[in-house]
Design a binder for this molecule. Structure first.
Ligand code: ADP
Ligand code: ZN
Ligand code: ZN
Length: 754
């Protein structure tokens, strides 16, 4: 017999490794199974990707040690997906495995014995049945009669047992948990030979989802649903572009119910589960036990059980989760819904695999036979462009469900307001009056201030001038320490001017007040109002976030101040006024998507007002009241925004007209880092072309306490093969990491950064 080898994925930053399969045990090993393998001095859980007879060219080939569980750990579809993610996002299958497999299912250890101890088991549960020699009406009643006089509790337990069994027959086995009797009583019954006990693996329950609570769709919803059907028939991916409050959720539920009725599963992705309580309660009302909720804050055990449950199922589940849920074993998957598809949290940016769950859903639709729906009130320009070009289907839903109208939107000029002396603590008179009116009617107010990920900049209080890079056109970042302005793209620096170069009247001032300061001044200005704040600091845990949201929802707070956490999908009925305190912050982000994101944020936050009646008002404060993007957002004119932004993207060669790959380098020494980064940039220019690669530059967060960072951006123009360019990048990185000097610099690769 020929020798067998297995290519095995291990949860390390490595591609598959080849091991020998011991000849006498070849039958134990199958593709997708978890196995114990030695790597270096440790034992890891690996997953068999391929079994073959090609001996690798090196001398010493180590053997697979054994099987971890007697069932597959990953499906063939998952393995295909991992291979794609690794190649597209330029990471390794090991890194994808690390993210996909729950930690308890991939133990590692120093020795074989330690390893065996760490293998996850589902836990045991006790099952009870009547002792075989008593499975006879006559014998059983004699035994029961004997208990009655002195053993009343044991008698009662036996009666309860028979009640639970009901007419199931005397050989029926029931879980111990079904009985209310105390453990000593049960133990006596076992000792006395009335009951027998068996330990069984606690298998997660299976349910098939089916729709139990349907709502009647409005006419507009019904039309959109019909159109969705015909688009889904013709294409793998369809974009559902429906304004805020149009009731996209009910369409998703209808489509999900149809898939589930065919026995297939549905994956429903959301940006953030803590903000989706309404959705989850609606889905569990609709689908009961067939709903599986999966997110990163489940306990390791709960994650593992969900994983095993899904991998053993044959479909028929609806799974709701955040981006990592797309890596679950989704057997017989029929439909993927990506709600709020424009949301940047679908992209993992901090660690490999730096994948986009949205784009992965589109790949699955094209390659693994599920359909994908991308839904949003403000689609990403990439998705919109794909729909426009006919690559995706396109369905619109242009009216709100029920009587709700979109709120009136006002743009309020902060500079004019300040000049007239009508501005108090970040709030213009217009917004101030609206807040007062709302409070006097017992209505609620939401105030939005973007602060997270916000780089400070300077602005002239008189004319609104802000400093921009003469070479790149992006807003310069203000550094308080040395009062200098710096370009995050090219590194250009200059000192902060003491007189505005535009109007020559005032000194431009650093901008960058956060939610905390706003909360303070709001409390001062509206002393009778109850004010709460929702941002990264106050919402440090899911529980705290929930309680702030609940407090606002139940009307215990009147004014909610928050960051973009409050823009996402909330449906508060009592809100009649929404204020955006400073839209300039959004626009001035040094990012080519700044305008698109500004539009999305403004439209999403605007959509929070007046959901249930027609008196919603939104006030957008800005020093640039004529800015095109702000006007488009105020008018809710997505198409105008898309037209002008897509034109700019084409002119400057940004997505969707090019693909970007960003290489981030870090090291503790700035000199060494910048030497290495320059060397890598010049090698990339040599391989790929000088115009496709930027110089090494300092990113917006240029350093932490102990690390310096630098970035290089590669632009893959339309018409160039992305996989060829990625191969060249890999070549340069390979040289870089093998070079004696530069190998000490670590490089992270981010494909399609968001
Ligand atoms: P979107 O996600 O498009 O912003 P939602 O799905 O949240 O909108 O719907 C907005 C509101 O309208 C929700 O409160 C929802 O419960 C309600 N709604 C939508 N469609 C229906 C329907 N067919 N029957 C009853 N209520 C509906
Ligand atoms: Zn610049
Ligand atoms: Zn000025």
């Amino acid at each position: 017999m020929e020798n067998l080898y297995a290519d095995i994925i291990v949860p390390l930053a490595l591609g598959p490794l080849t091991f020998a399969i011991p000849a006498e045990r070849s039958e134990e090993f199958e593709v997708g199974w978890g196995v114990e393998v030695p790597v270096g001095t440790k034992i890891y859980t690996g997953i068999i990707k391929r079994i073959h007879t090609t001996r690798p060219p090196y001398k010493k080939i180590r053997e697979v040690m054994g099987v971890v569980r007697s069932e597959p750990l990953a499906s063939v579809e998952q393995l295909a997906l991992w291979e794609w993610i690794a190649s597209y996002y330029m990471c390794t299958e090991g890194e994808v495995m690390r993210a996909a497999i729950p930690s308890l299912l991939k133990p590692s250890a120093g020795t074989d014995d330690d390893f065996a101890e760490r293998v996850f088991s589902l836990g045991q549960v006790q099952w009870l049945s009547i002792a075989p020699d008593l499975r006879d009406e006559h014998k059983l009643s004699t035994a029961l009669d004997a208990l009655l006089p002195r053993r009343k509790a044991r008698y009662a337990a036996m009666v309860e047992f028979l009640e639970v069994v009901d007419d199931g027959g005397l050989d029926t086995e029931i879980p111990r948990k079904a009985l209310s009797a105390a453990t000593p009583i049960i133990n006596h019954l076992i000792e006395d030979g009335l009951l027998v006990s068996t330990l069984r693996e606690r298998t997660p329950q299976y349910y098939l989802a089916s729709l139990s609570r349907q709502r009647t769709l409005s006419e507009a919803q019904q039309q959109a649903l019909d159109k969705l059907h015909s688009e889904l028939d013709r294409r793998n991916t369809t974009l559902l572009h429906g304004i805020t409050g149009s009731g996209k959720t009910e369409l998703y539920i209808s489509l999900a119910a149809e898939m589930l009725a065919k026995g297939r599963s549905v994956l429903y992705l959301v940006p953030e589960l803590a903000l989706s309580e309404h959705l989850i309660s609606r889905l569990s009302e609709a689908f009961d036990e067939g709903l599986v909720v999966y997110h990163s804050q489940l306990t390791p055990r709960a994650r593992t059980e969900a994983y095993i449950k899904l991998s053993r199922s044959e479909g028929g589940y609806i799974i709701v989760g955040t981006r990592s849920a797309i890596l679950l074993p989704l057997t017989n998957l029929g439909l993927i819904i990506v709600d709020e598809e424009h949301d940047r949290s679908y992209k993992q940016e901090d660690t490999a695999p730096r994948f986009s769950a949205r784009d992965t859903a589109v790949w699955i639709a094209g390659n693994l036979g599920a359909k994908t729906i991308l839904g949003s009130a403000t689609p990403s320009l990439e998705s919109f462009h794909n729909a426009y070009m006919g690559k995706y289907g396109y369905v619109t839903l242009g009216e709100r469900y029920g009587s709700g109208e979109l709120p009136q939107v006002h743009i309020s000029d902060t500079i004019r307001s300040a000049k007239r002396g009508e501005r108090k603590g970040h709030i213009n008179k217009e917004l101030y009056d609206d807040i007062n009116t709302a409070l006097s009617k017992g209505r609620q107010v939401m105030l939005f201030q973007n602060r997270r990920g916000f780089a400070p900049y300077i602005e002239c209080p008189d004319c609104g001038w802000s400093a921009r890079c003469p070479q790149c056109g992006v807003t310069l970042t203000y550094y308080k320490g040395d009062r200098r302005l710096r370009c995050n793209l090219c590194g250009y620096t200059t000192s902060s001017p003491s007189k505005c170069p535009s109007c020559r009247i005032s000194e431009p001032q650093p901008q960058g007040f956060g939610t905390e300061k706003i909360e303070e001044s709001v409390v001062e200005m509206f002393p009778t109002a109850r004010v709460a704040r929702l941002d990264g600091d106050t919402a440090s845990s899911r529980g705290r976030m929930r309680s702030i949201i609940n407090g606002f929802e139940s009307g215990q707070t009147d004014i909610l101040v928050g960051t973009n956490l409050i823009t996402k999908g909330f449906d508060f009925e009592g809100v009649s006024v929404v204020g955006v305190l400073n839209a300039d912050n959004l626009l001035s982000r040094p990012d080519f998507r700044a305008d698109e994101r500004t539009f999305q944020t403004l439209v999403q936050i605007t959509g929070r007002a007046g959901r249930k009646d027609n008196c919603g008002r939104t006030v957008i404060q800005t020093s640039q009241p004529t800015n095109a993007t702000i006007r488009q957002a105020a008018a809710g004119d997505y198409y105008a925004m898309a037209r002008s932004q897509i034109r700019d993207r084409e002119t400057f060669g940004y997505p969707p007209f090019a693909r970007l790959v960003v290489l981030s380098l870090k090291h503790t020494s700035y000199e060494f880092l910048s030497f290495g980064a320059r060397r890598l940039a010049s090698r990339l220019k040599e391989l790929i072309g000088p115009e496709a690669v930027t110089d090494a530059h300092i990113p917006s967060v240029g350093r932490t306490a102990e690390m310096f960072f630098m970035e290089i951006m590669v632009r893959i123009e339309k018409g160039r093969s992305p996989s060829e360019v990625k191969a060249l990048i890999r070549e340069a990185l390979g040289e870089f990491s093998h070079d004696k000097v530069t190998k000490r610099i670590s490089v992270a690769v981010n494909v399609d950064p968001q």
